[in-house]
Design a protein around this ligand. Structure first.
Ligand code: HEC
Length: 441
C-alpha cells in the first residue's frame, strides 16, 4: 500500500494531527455559544455563532480529508481508524446540518440545543479515538488510579519500580529487563492501535511473531535479528529504531538485548537459568538497582549492647540510631576530636551495626584505614579533611556496600579514583581540593 500512495499525499496527511485542533476549538466554542444563548447575559455573543460554526464545519471537513491521507500510510489499528474516520465525517456533516437548520425560518431552540449536545459528544468520542491512534489506547489511563482503570476496562497498574527483585538470580530476563526497555522506547509506535511495520512489541508472543519483514528476533543470533539490527544501525540511518527525534537505547540496554537474544531469547528464563556471569551480571545488578545497600537495611539486627555504646561515646564518638525502627548506627567523631588508632579500634566492637561513619577532620591517617576496612556494612563514609593518601585508599578493599565516599581536602590523587571505581555500589565520590587532576569526577 505504502508504495502506491504519492509522497505528496503522505506529506499533507502528516498535518492532520496539527490541523485537527482547529475544528476542536471552533466547534467547542460553537457549542458554548449555542447553549449559552439560553441565558440573557450571553445574548451579546450569540451573533458569533454562525461564523464559529462555519469555521468549525469547514476545518472539520479539511481535517477529514487530511486524516484520510494520513491513514493511507498504514500502520494503524484498522478498527480504530474506521470509527475515528466516520466519527470525524459525522461531525463535519452535523456541523453543516446545524448551519442549514439555522437558516430555516423558524428555529426551535430545543432542537438546536440537542444538536449541539450531540456535536459535543461526537467531538469527545472522535477526539478520544484520535488520541488512541496517536498514543496507544493505554496512554490515557496509564497513571489513572486502579478503580478508574478498572472502569475503563484496564487491568490494575503493575508498578515496576516497586516490584521487588530480592535477588538478582530470580530476575526474569524478558519481563524484568527487556519489557521495560520496550515499554519505554518502542511501544508508542508498536502497540495495538499503532502497529508500525506491522510489528507489535507489547508481549513476548508479539515480539517473537515479528512484523512486515518477517521475524524480528532469531533466538541465539542477534546479528541476524531485525530488531537488533535496527537498534544498532547508525543513528541517522533511515531504518534506525527508535526513529529520529526519539531517544535511542543506551549502550547498556543494547547490551542486554544482545545478551538476551544470544542466550536464546527465552520467555521465562531467570538470570540464574541463563547463568549470567561477570560483566553482564554486574551491569544488570546496577541497572535493576539491586544494591546490597537495601539488603543490609532490610536485614533486622539486634540492638547493640549498651555498654559498647557507652564505651564508644567515652572514646570520642557520637552515636545515633539510623532511624527509630532500625538498630543500625550512624557514628561520627565529636567535633574537634582527634581520633587515635586505639580509639578507632573500638569501632570494631560495633562493626556490624555501623552503616554511616563520619570521620571528618579527625586527624586519621592511612594506617587507620585498615581498621575502617573491617566495617563490612558501611554505606556512607566521610574521610574529608584528613591527611590521607592513595596508600590509605588502597587498604579499603572490602567495603563493597559503600555508596557515598567523601575524600575532599585529602591528599589523594587520580590513583584513588581509579580504585574507587571498582566499588560496585558507589554512587557519589567527593574529592574537592585534592591532588586529583583534570575535571574527572
Ligand atoms: C516513532 C515511532 C516508532 C518508535 C518509537 C519505534 N518504531 Fe519501530 N518502526 C516504526 C515505523 C514507522 C516502522 C516501519 C517503517 C520501517 O520499517 O522503518 C518501524 C519498523 C520497525 C521494525 C521492522 C518491522 C518489520 O518487520 O519490518 C522493527 C524491528 C522495529 N520497528 C523495532 C523497533 C524497536 C525495537 C523500537 C524501540 C527501540 C522501535 N521500533 C520504536 C516506528 C517506530
Amino acid at each position: 500500500m505504502e508504495n502506491q500512495v504519492s509522497d505528496f499525499v503522505l506529506f499533507i496527511g502528516r498535518f492532520h494531527p496539527l490541523v485537527v485542533h482547529l475544528p476542536i476549538g471552533f466547534l467547542i466554542l460553537a457549542v458554548i455559544l449555542g447553549i449559552s444563548s439560553k441565558f440573557e447575559t450571553f445574548k451579546g455573543a450569540y451573533h458569533l455563532l454562525d461564523l464559529t460554526l462555519w469555521l468549525g464545519a469547514l476545518s472539520a471537513a479539511m481535517a477529514c480529508v487530511m486524516g484520510y491521507m494520513l491513514s493511507l500510510e498504514g500502520g494503524y489499528n484498522t478498527d480504530t481508524v474506521f470509527l475515528h474516520q466516520w466519527g470525524g465525517i459525522a461531525l463535519a456533516i452535523l456541523a453543516f446540518a446545524l448551519l442549514a437548520y439555522r437558516k430555516k425560518a423558524k428555529i426551535r431552540p430545543l432542537v438546536q440545543r440537542i444538536g449541539f449536545v450531540v456535536l459535543l459528544l461526537l467531538l469527545l468520542y472522535t477526539g478520544h479515538l484520535g488520541g488512541n491512534l496517536t498514543h496507544g489506547s493505554s496512554y490515557l489511563f496509564q497513571y489513572a488510579p486502579n478503580p478508574v482503570r478498572k472502569m475503563a476496562g484496564f487491568p490494575p497498574k503493575i508498578n515496576r519500580v516497586h516490584k521487588e527483585i530480592t535477588h538478582i538470580d530470580s530476575a526474569l530476563v524478558f519481563e524484568d529487563i527487556i519489557t521495560p526497555i520496550l515499554d519505554a522506547r518502542c511501544i508508542t509506535c508498536h502497540n495495538n492501535d499503532k502497529i508500525k511495520g506491522d510489528l507489535l512489541l507489547t508481549s513476548f508472543e508479539s515480539v517473537m511473531k515479528g512484523g512486515e519483514s518477517g521475524d524480528a528476533i532469531i533466538p541465539g543470533n542477534s546479528a541476524e535479528s531485525e530488531l537488533f539490527k535496527r537498534i544498532t544501525l547508525p543513528h541517522d540511518h533511515e531504518d534506525f529504531m527508535p526513529p529520529e527525534g526519539k531517544a535511542p537505547l543506551s549502550k547498556e540496554q543494547i547490551g542486554f538485548m544482545e545478551w538476551w537474544i544470544d542466550s536464546g531469547a527465552k520467555t521465562n528464563a531467570t538470570l540464574a537459568d541463563l547463568s549470567a556471569s561477570g560483566e553482564i551480571r554486574d551491569k544488570l545488578e546496577k541497572y535493576l538497582k539491586i544494591g546490597k545497600y537495601n539488603t543490609i537495611l532490610n536485614n533486622p539486627i539486634d540492638p547493640i549492647n549498651p555498654s559498647v555504646v557507652d564505651d564508644l561515646r567515652a572514646s570520642g564518638f557520637n552515636l545515633a540510631s539510623l532511624s527509630e525502627n532500625l538498630n543500625y548506627l550512624e557514628v561520627s567523631a565529636k567535633i574537634g576530636q582527634k581520633i587515635s588508632m586505639n580509639q578507632l579500634e573500638k569501632l570494631t566492637k560495633a562493626k556490624s551495626h555501623i552503616v554511616h561513619l563520619d570521620l571528618k577532620n579527625s586527624g586519621i591517617t592511612d594506617e587507620s584505614l585498615t581498621i575502617i576496612n573491617t566495617l563490612p556494612n558501611l554505606i556512607r563514609l566521610r574521610l574529608d579533611q584528613n591527611p590521607i593518601t592513595d596508600d590509605g585508599i588502597r587498604k579499603l578493599t572490602d567495603l563493597s556496600n559503600l555508596e557515598y565516599l567523601n575524600l575532599s581536602f585529602t591528599n589523594i590523587s587520580n590513583a584513588s579514583l581509579a580504585l574507587v571505581k571498582d566499588y560496585k555500589n558507589l554512587k557519589q565520590v567527593y574529592h574537592y581540593k585534592t591532588d586529583v587532576s583534570g575535571t574527572e569526577e
